[in-house]
Structures are given as C-alpha cells and as structure tokens.
Ligand binder design. Structure first.
Ligand code: NIG
Ligand code: FE
Length: 415
C-alpha cells in the first residue's frame, strides 16, 4: 500500500547521506525541503518527491497536511519511565536548600524510589507506565528508551524488565529496555559492595542477557554510586554477554567514568555536566554519543553540560529528558529542546539532530530510524505550524499535530 502525504509546508529530513549520525557542526544540516511530498510504502519511506512531478499518479491513500511541517519522529534515548511513588517531599527539601547528593547519602534519592518499586507488582508498573508513554506519543515521540534501575535485587530488576517486555507488546511506539542494575547500591549491600557486584555479574546480568530482557547495560559512575573499577568489572561481564553499554557519568564528579566507558566502546555516555575541558577531545573521534540532559541541570539547579564545546570539538551530541522522579521530573521533550537552545547555546537545527538521528545512534537504531531517508521506517511527527523552528520557539507547548509510526497514524490532535 502506498500513502501520499501531500501539501506539507516543509519537510525536515535530517538527511545524512547514508552516514546515519551527525557529528559537530554538521548537526546544523537538517535538510529542509519545500514544495515536496512524502511517499510511504508498507511502513517505510518510499520517496520524497517534488510536487510538480506528482502528475496523475494514483495512490492507495492521500493525507493532506495542509501546510504543516513534517519531521522525523522524535526519539527520547534516556528515560527512567519505569518508576513508582513520588519524591515530592525530597523536591521540597531541595527547594529549601538540601542538595540532591545529601538526600542520596541519607538513604533517600534513588533508594527512595527503589522502596516504592519493590512494593509495586509487575502489573502496577505496567499500569503506571501506560499514561506516561501516551504523553510521549502525544509529543511525536516514536522511539522511547526506558531503564530499569529502581529494583536493585534479582527479583525486582527482572520484574521491571518483564514489565517493560509487556509494555513493548502494548505500546504503539518502539520501547528500548536498558538494564540499569548498577544504578546505586541498595541498602542491604551498603556495607558489602562486592556482594552486590557479584549478584549483578554472576546472576542478574546473565539472566537478562540470556532472556534478551534488555538491549543495553547501563551504570552510574559517581561518588554516591559506583566507582570506575566497579563499572569496569560490570562492563567486562556485560560485554562478554553481548550487551552494548551506556554510562551515567561526569554528573557531579570526574571519577574516571568517561575513561572506562570509552575503553569499553560504550554506545553512549550520558549527563557530562562536569565534563573536563581536557576530556572533550576524547569524544571528538569516538563514535560514542554524548547524551546531554538539560532537564537535570534545570531541575537540580546546577551547571549545564558543555554542549557548545562538544559540538565545536566534533562530538556526536544527543538530547533526552532523563524523565525520572528525582533529578528530572520532566517528560516534555519539546521543553528539553528549548532549554538546550536557550541555556546551552545549541541552534534549533542542532537540537533537532540531537533528538532524531543522534538519539537513534545512542540506541543503536540509526540504520532504521532518526531521519527521513528512503528505506527507513516511516516514523514521523507533524507540527501544527508552517515553520519548523516553532518546535523550539513555543517553549513547553505541544505543537505536535500527528504522530505516525511505521506509516500508521497513532495520534492526531483533536481540532
Ligand atoms: O539520570 N544519575 C542517576 N540517575 C538518574 C536519577 C535517578 C533518580 O534520582 O531517581 C539520572 O539523573
Ligand atoms: Fe538517567
């Protein structure tokens, strides 16, 4: 079946000429087409053709976009959507001056959400996630990564990953599950850290890999979580088991996480708020994606990651919400893009590349999604405006009109 999407005001293709990611200032080249139409066949991009060559061809279906903008479907490549409970009490403490790290040190923070998740059943987690995923779809998100990491026991980590497996079947968009057993040490292992690493490497990781419950293994390298030797041990085992890697690193302290992630050829390094100037060069040649999370800097009120320096040094930069109850209780990816432009100095074009093709690369999906190139999945969003920059300019407002996944309309704004 061939569908014609006709009369868009603009089509932003984020064309890569087959490279499937954008490094440094090439993130500004997002390929704007006017007077073109988009053809989709069996869920894939068939062609982008000038309107004057449409002629009298027949199509199975025609969708008139009435001067709206077509963009690749957005990709949120870093979220913790599988959480239960609320941390509004901690939020209020922080507003009164207590720091995020102080809260973590006294047993709150990640471990507070761990308590709530342990009390929730697999079914509870599935039901909690459904409306959250709907909110992403309404924004034009067509691929969403979700991490475990609030179970921190054999039973509870696998419970979360199995809940994600059910969500994958239920969801109209692609859900990418990531195993984050190395998020922090759970209370029962606070004084027996090696015991937890053994549990992760000898029991949970092998089960996760054998049962294909996660696409990636992630960790948190930080003073309040794992040191770089511990991450190294976990990453060595994950690699042996065939799991590609991601790492939360350089968030508050530089303790060797970046080095370890690059040594293991991680798919992405995420956060980087305190990335040292001397380390920026290390990302300029590697294909490891730098995933920046401005929502965290805003929500915790500290410095933003050096987006400009990374881009000027040829890094591959992606942006994500980091949606979670403690450090970025923000599920609005449009707001994140606006923050990246206003507070991190990114251009509108760079921000768009960062939530499309580069976010796809951060999930190992760059050959399938992230740009509107012939043969790729027909994952799109349609903006209810004639000008693509409005995605960023209407701060925090949802200008998405239509979400299309594999050629099917899965959301349309009511008129
Ligand atoms: O990406 N940095 C570690 N993990 C999450 C926060 C999790 C939480 O506070 O619940 C993050 O910021
Ligand atoms: Fe995170």
């Amino acid at each position: 079946m061939i569908t014609l999407f006709k009369n868009p005001s603009q089509i932003i293709t984020v064309e890569t000429n087959g490279l499937n990611f954008k490094r440094g200032i090439s993130m500004n080249a997002i390929s704007l087409l006017e007077n073109h139409s988009l053809l989709i066949e069996d869920g894939k991009i068939l062609d982008l053709i000038p309107n004057n060559s449409l002629g009298r061809k027949k199509f199975d279906q025609i969708i008139d976009l009435k001067d709206k903008v077509i963009l690749p479907g957005l990709i949120d490549c870093h979220t913790h959507t599988a959480f239960a409970g609320s941390r509004s009490g901690e939020f209020r403490e922080r507003l009164a001056g207590v720091s995020y790290e102080e809260i973590a040190e006294k047993g709150g923070g990640i471990n507070s959400t761990v308590r709530s998740v342990r009390q929730s059943s697999l079914e509870d987690l599935v039901e909690l996630m459904k409306p959250r995923i709907q909110r992403f779809i309404q924004q034009g998100v067509t691929t969403l990564e979700i991490k475990s990491g609030y179970g921190l026991s054999y039973f509870d980590e696998i419970k979360i990953l199995k809940a994600l497996d059910q969500i994958k079947q239920w969801s109209a968009i692609t859900i990418i599950p990531t195993f984050l057993g190395a998020h922090t040490f759970p209370p029962e292992y606070q004084h027996e850290k090696n015991g937890y690493i053994k549990l992760l490497t000898e029991q949970i990781l092998p089960y996760v890999a054998q049962n294909k419950l996660a696409k990636f293994c992630d960790g948190f390298c930080e003073k309040t979580a794992f040191n770089s030797n511990e991450i190294d041990q976990i990453f060595t085992v994950a690699t042996e088991l065939g799991l590609p890697l991601k790492l939360h690193t350089e968030q508050f302290n530089n303790i060797g996480g970046l080095e370890t992630a690059l040594k293991h050829n991680a798919t992405s390094v995420d956060h980087l708020e305190v990335l040292a100037d001397t380390d920026i060069q290390k990302l300029s040649k590697s294909e490891t994606v730098s995933v920046l999370l401005p929502g965290v800097s805003f929500f915790l009120n500290y410095g933003f990651a050096p987006a400009r320096k990374l881009i000027e040094n040829d890094a591959i930069v992606a942006l994500a919400t980091d949606y979670n109850p403690g450090s970025s209780h923000i599920s609005n990816l449009h707001l994140i893009i606006s923050m990246a432009c206003i507070s991190m100095g990114m251009s509108v074009e760079e921000a768009i590349s960062a939530v499309t093709i580069n976010a796809a690369k951060a999930l190992g999906l760059e050959n399938e999604v992230g740009s509107l190139e012939i043969g790729k999945s027909a994952d799109l969003m349609v903006l209810d405006t004639t000008e693509f920059s409005d995605l960023v300019y209407f701060v925090g407002e949802n200008k998405n009109y239509m979400t299309i996944k594999n050629g099917n309309i899965i959301y349309q704004k009511s008129e």
